[in-house]
Design a protein around this ligand. Sequence first.
Ligand code: MN
Length: 293
Amino acid sequence: MLVKQVEMVMAPREPHYVGDGFRVHNFIPSAYGLTMQRMDPFIMLDYGAKFYFPPSPSKAKGVGVHPHRGFETVTVAYKGSVAHHDSSGGGGVIDEGDVQWMTAASGVLHKEYHSEAFSKTGGDFQMVQLWVNLPAKDKMSTPKYQAISNAQIPKIAVPNNGGVIEVIAGDYQGNKGVASTFSPVYLMNAKLNTGGEATFNLPADYNTALIVIEGNVMVNGTEEVPLDHFALFTNVGETFTIKASEKSVVLILSGAPIKEPIASHGPFVMNTRQEIMQAFEDYELGKFGELED
Ligand code: MN
């Protein structure tokens, strides 16, 4: 197998707020040429680097009711906790280590806020929100919600007490992840001890990247990727290693490109402009259901 090399290491850009509760650095699709086409099937990635929110007991911070159609939203919580509700009846609290995999598909309304408990105490908040595109044939399928607690996520030991690989989606050395996906997607957290070294094997043509959530790592023995940085891999080669220079957490994402036309406007990602117009029309007509603010 050939080594999958790092194509580029990217620093987080200036943060912006989504609502008043999510302070994020966007990587996909606006930074450094990480377009929807380049990162297919990953069409959006907002990284909320660790940030302290003071208590806000009278009003939870977050983002109010809004629609989505045509893709999935995946939230990985590292610090703090998020409460979520959607118009298909999905909802719950995502705490540290948990993952929420929401398939918006034909359309949902949802809202995302800091949880009541977190709003009372305040504290460090850190998360990733990733949008995974759906193949055309699944874009209008029924919405679905996978609440994945950390306890449910398979944890594969890294040799020499190096840490664990948490398999959210895809598989690691034959150990299948817990999330079901519509197209082949890998999503894993490498939680490594100092000196811990893990090897990954992923198809050459899959679009592959990582983010250093905590600590500092060396990739393939040569590329340093510091805290909060995003590393994009080339589409040549299958295997790479991550070695933790200190205790580290790394999110690894890799997916088979869907290779279909992308028409995108705000919260809707479809294949044609006509389908985007239809999404606006359906939203105006109340076809996304109901959800109280
Ligand atoms: Mn949303």
